[in-house]
Design a protein around this ligand. Structure first.
Ligand SMILES: [Zn+2]
Length: 103
């Protein structure tokens, strides 16, 4: 019960894919708790990848270097389909550098 409350508080309010853990569409939220929902959550799990990093870096470049707006086709067209946000978490970047140093 507590886990559900925490997840509900993490939802992206107006996003097409509001869940931070998977790519379930907002239109499928009424199926919550059904067998199809459980399989969709596994099938559509968000997985960190170079492709996602590339999209975020490209969006940040268009925002901060090219001066495009957050709601412009150039930025929103990249991020909106999977409800990405153009932010980077510092600790992930540090772990990536550490990984490169070790190996
Ligand atoms: Zn989810």
């Amino acid at each position: 019960m507590t886990q559900s409350r925490i997840l509900m508080s993490c939802l992206k309010y107006l996003a097409q894919c509001p869940c931070p853990r998977c790519l379930i569409l907002k239109s499928n939220i009424p199926r919550l708790g059904m067998k199809a929902d459980a399989s969709d959550r596994q099938r559509l799990a968000r997985i960190d990848s170079e492709q996602i990093h590339h999209k975020i870096n490209l969006a940040r470049h268009r925002l901060f270097v090219n001066g495009k707006g957050i709601k412009s086709v150039f930025v929103d067209g990249l991020l909106q389909p999977t409800s990405l946000v153009p932010t980077r978490v510092r600790i992930l970047i540090s772990f990536k550098r550490l990984f490169l140093i070790i190996f």
